[in-house]
Ligand binder design. Structure first.
Ligand SMILES: Nc1nc2c(ncn2[C@@H]2O[C@H](COP(=O)(O)OP(=O)(O)OP(=O)(O)O)[C@@H](O)[C@H]2O)c(=O)[nH]1
Ligand SMILES: [Mg+2]
Length: 478
């Protein structure tokens, strides 16, 4: 807003909330203490009249147009939505303009709003304001970004539950119980020379152990839900011509990769996403591993090795119509030695339609160890894919510590997991100190640290730089 003395108000922000490009409609969103003044400056009714948006009832929509306030040139025909504080996303006055979804009208509407005195919003600034105004806790604000970036329905459901505040509620309850316990010990914390009774000490010990178990449970939940939230990097590896690209196509259910009967068809790595039983797999097809014949193929092989190092799951493909060959053993060696420690392997014996059965399970198990699933498929005829998907999900969820029910599991992000770890460690210190008879005021320091760590999840004790870091990862307009 530009005041009569020429000063600007930097408090009211605006941004395009819809993605760039062409669409049916686009949304320009305005939030701040002067959003209503600003809307009055740019909005004209269908009859071309000025409207004082302060007089408009909250939560109503209005048809009209946005004009540039300087010279009344029309920007676009719009629908205006008015949501007055505090009943809005940010908790401030919010006005949204639905305009035509093309880059030119969108820019015109945004410019009109900016000319009227709004400032361009920073990434995540609307959500940050919602957090600062107490509309949601930090874990809920983060869930907004998770819902947007979810790659499967199961992942989205987990994020939605977090958006509903489930994790925040649990953490707040734990934190307030901890603070209660500290209050109970307060006399001692204030007068250290008075240490507590033995019975009290034992009971506190018991409570701390119980807290710790609850936090560990949430950490487990973080592990279990990770594949659903973040996806699983999966690499398809094998010697040339065994059907790796065919398998990729079969899992994707479309012809994405080139398939020919010439060994060495795939030369570069190729990445695609497929959702298997709610788990997003980032599937990487690679060049067949063999001693390179030419430079390009050799580079492809090198990339395949690198992909195997980064993978969380390796699909090792073999041609079941031929006995294992030296290249197959080399591939198994690469997968075994080159994979990261917690990556798991599923062996895929392909071309089962040829009915050759040239490879026995024990040939594979002898090289890869017992801890490998073996599945027989025909990528060409799309057979055995259900078994393969089951094996993949079994592997991935076992590595993650068990399967989840997306309807009841609590999504815990990597950041929350770190905070929980910090809280659990502090609790363990407190418990050990309590057990060894350390004066209670010293134990209190660890308990305070635990409360602080828990508070960084909900934002009750989050430093500004942490907030900046979290919200800067959002898209503009959210
Ligand atoms: N009979 C049969 N043939 C298959 C099957 N899967 C793949 N093939 C054939 O095997 C040949 C090689 O398939 P690709 O998918 O290109 O094999 P690849 O492992 O990607 O090979 P490179 O990219 O050269 O490493 C093609 O002729 C496929 O049609 C299968 O399940 N059964
Ligand atoms: Mg290929």
């Amino acid at each position: 807003m530009i005041y009569s003395d020429g000063t600007y108000d930097t408090d009211t922000i605006a941004a395009v909330a819809t993605p760039p490009g062409v669409g049916g409609i686009a949304v320009v969103r305005v939030s701040g203490s002067h959003a209503l003044d600003l809307a009055s400056a740019v909005f004209r009714s269908s009859r071309g009249e000025c409207v004082d948006v302060h007089d408009v009832p909250t939560h109503t929509i209005h048809h009209g147009q946005v004009v540039n306030p300087a010279d009344e040139t029309p920007a676009d025909e719009v629908i205006m939505l008015v949501m007055r504080a505090p009943r809005s996303y940010t908790g401030e006055h919010v006005v949204e303009f639905d305009c035509h979804g093309g880059p030119v009208p969108v820019e015109a509407v945004l410019n009109a709003v900016l000319d009227a005195g709004a400032r361009v919003a920073e990434p995540g600034e609307f959500t940050k304001r919602a957090f600062l105004n107490g509309k949601m806790d930090l874990s809920q604000a983060e869930a907004v970004a998770d819902v947007i970036s979810a790659r499967s329905q199961a992942g989205a459901r987990l994020a939605l539950r977090q958006l509903g505040g489930q994790l925040g509620r649990r953490i707040r309850r734990l934190r307030s119980e901890l603070l209660d316990l500290m209050a109970h010990l307060e006399v001692v914390l204030d007068y250290p020379e008075m240490d507590i009774e033995e019975a009290d000490r034992r009971e506190t010990l018991h409570t701390l152990t119980d807290f710790r178990a609850k936090i560990e449970e949430l950490i487990m939940s973080a592990h279990r839900t990770r594949p659903y939230r973040e996806g699983v990097k999966t690499v398809i590896l094998g010697r040339p011509n065994v059907g790796k690209s065919s398998l990729l196509n079969a899992l994707l259910q479309r012809d994405r990769a080139i398939v020919t009967d010439t060994p060495g068809t795939t030369r570069d790595v190729l990445e695609e996403m497929v959702v298997v039983q709610g788990i997003p797999l980032v599937l990487v097809d690679t060049a067949g591993l063999r001693e390179g014949l030419d430079q390009v193929e050799e580079m492809g092989v090198e990339r395949a090795r690198r992909a195997a190092r980064d993978a969380e799951l390796i699909l090792l493909v073999f041609d079941d119509a031929e006995p294992l060959q030296p290249d197959d053993f080399a591939v198994m060696e690469t997968a075994q030695s080159g994979r990261s420690t917690n990556a798991s392997i599923v062996a895929v014996l392909n071309k089962r339609d040829l009915d050759a059965g040239a490879i026995a399970d024990r040939d594979i198990l002898e090289s890869l160890g017992e801890d490998v699933d073996i599945v027989r498929t025909s990528a060409l005829h799309r057979q055995g894919l259900d078994e393969l998907e089951d094996a993949i999900v079994r592997r991935v969820t076992t590595t993650a510590g068990g399967s989840v029910d997306a309807e009841s599991a609590i999504a815990v992000s990597a950041r929350h997991e770190r905070s929980l770890r910090g809280a659990a460690d502090a609790l363990e210190e407190a418990r050990a100190a309590m057990e060894s008879g350390t004066p209670v005021d010293l134990v209190g320091i660890d308990m305070r640290e635990c409360a602080r760590a828990l508070g960084t999840i909900t934002g009750e004790s989050a430093a500004d730089d942490l907030l900046d870091r979290i919200f800067s990862q959002f898209c503009v307009g959210k």
